[in-house]
Design a protein around this ligand. Structure first.
Ligand code: GLY
Length: 394
């Protein structure tokens, strides 16, 4: 364990003897992977090697190619490595991604609400860590694009543009956006201008009212009438059904509400994070491995290790905002999820560029048990932050 072991871990020493070993292995793997994949913006792997989503010509109007929503996580991994190792080499790789993303500002039709996922771990991380004024400008540009997606009739941030959802996307909001709105909190804090924060809270309050079920689980997609603002229906999205509980969505909700609570100090957001965390914890199977949907049948047994990593990161964030007694049970569950991933689902081989196995983008999707770059990102973020002080990207 590094010198500055998180204060929160006091009393949990038995639960985290594996942590420093995991941290070392992550650093060792990312050291060669970052060199091998420098110049790419990976999402997944093909025959073990990272793919590249930095292509300007690939379906950018559908949010693919350079506008693909996960394109911030490769840069984010590099900034995690900068913090973990102090090695400037990772700054160079991170900045390559950051500059490539400038093209997205010109490709408006391909942009969506995922500006937070794209620019918080890249330009905003750069600004937070180095103070670079150009990175700050990029982050503020992205925040304005996100704020501009607010529908004031319904109080939600619109998820996608016309080319999505058969051209009928004006009324759609999704739970994932809870992790995009931290970009708005950052912009308000940076500019000392409450507008962005107000938009973020407008959205968060709508999500509280319309996405949550009494048991603490939440929907993936809610459709509103974009003119009257009335809730029209729920869509199952990447989960099993509209009334089921897509595990990654539960993870976005835990982390997103906990981050909203940190930026605003609002007890209702902390309460929401706790309630959805309690629900998630109550559904963790004995194996500690997280299914793609908590309501899915036993067969096929699709897992989503990215959901596990995101939920673990969210539980750590939540624990940090509670007092020691209340926070410790959440931390213990985060450690359990992360250790399970470390023992059973990490690939340390040189034949494979990604780390976390068995990630599932969508329950009904064509591909299951693939690698996804943000699974690696959130696993690394969680392990590193338990080992040393880290600047939050969110
Ligand atoms: N934000 C999209 C997803 O979690 O797949």
């Amino acid at each position: 364990m590094r010198k500055e072991r998180s204060r929160m871990l006091a009393g949990l020493e038995q639960d985290c003897v594996w942590l420093e070993e995991a941290r070392q292995k992550l650093i060792e793997k990312m050291e060669w992977v970052s060199r091998a994949s420098a110049g790419k913006i990976p999402y997944t792997t093909v025959n073990g090697r990272h793919d590249d989503r930095s292509d300007n010509s690939a379906d950018w109007d559908m949010g693919n190619g350079i506008n693909w929503w996960t394109n911030g996580f490769w840069g984010g991994i590099q900034w995690l490595m900068v913090q973990a190792t102090g090695d400037e080499r990772y700054v160079t790789i991170a900045r390559e991604t950051e500059v490539k993303l400038d093209r997205c500002f010109e490709l408006y039709e391909g942009l969506h609400h995922d500006t937070g996922f794209m620019w918080l771990p890249t330009a905003v991380a750069d600004y937070r860590l180095t103070g670079d004024p150009l990175s700050r400008r990029r982050g503020l540009h992205a925040a304005n694009l996100l704020a501009g997606r607010v529908n004031i009739n319904g109080g939600y941030i619109r998820a996608w543009n016309e080319s999505f959802f058969g051209g009928n996307a004006a009324g759609l909001a999704i739970i994932d956006c809870m992790m995009n709105i931290p970009l708005l909190y950052w912009a308000s804090e940076e500019l000392n201008d409450p507008r962005y924060r107000s938009v973020a809270m407008f959205h968060a309050d709508t999500v509280l009212r319309t996405f949550f079920r009494p048991d603490g689980s939440c929907s993936h997609i809610v459709e509103f009438d974009p003119v009257t603002g009335q809730k029209v229906r729920v869509h199952g999205g990447q989960g099993l059904r509209e009334d089921s509980s897509w595990t990654r969505g539960q993870g976005w909700a835990i982390y997103g509400f906990a981050v909203s609570a940190r930026h605003t100090g609002e007890a209702r957001y902390l309460q929401a994070a706790r309630k959805t965390a309690d629900y998630f914890i109550s559904r963790i199977p004995e194996s500690g491995l997280i299914p793609a949907d908590f309501e899915q049948p036993e067969v096929p047994a699709w897992e989503d290790c990215a959901a596990a990593a995101i939920a673990a990161s969210g539980l750590i964030e939540l624990a940090e905002q509670l007092d020691e007694k209340e926070g410790k049970p959440y931390l213990r569950q985060a450690l359990r999820l992360l250790k399970t991933l470390y023992v059973y689902r990490c690939n340390w081989s040189r034949e494979e560029d990604c780390i976390l196995e068995n990630c599932t983008a969508a329950y009904h999707g064509k591909e299951h048990h693939i690698h996804m770059i943000y699974g690696d990102y959130f696993f690394m973020e969680a392990v590193f932050r338990l080992c040393q002080p880290m600047v939050s990207m969110w």
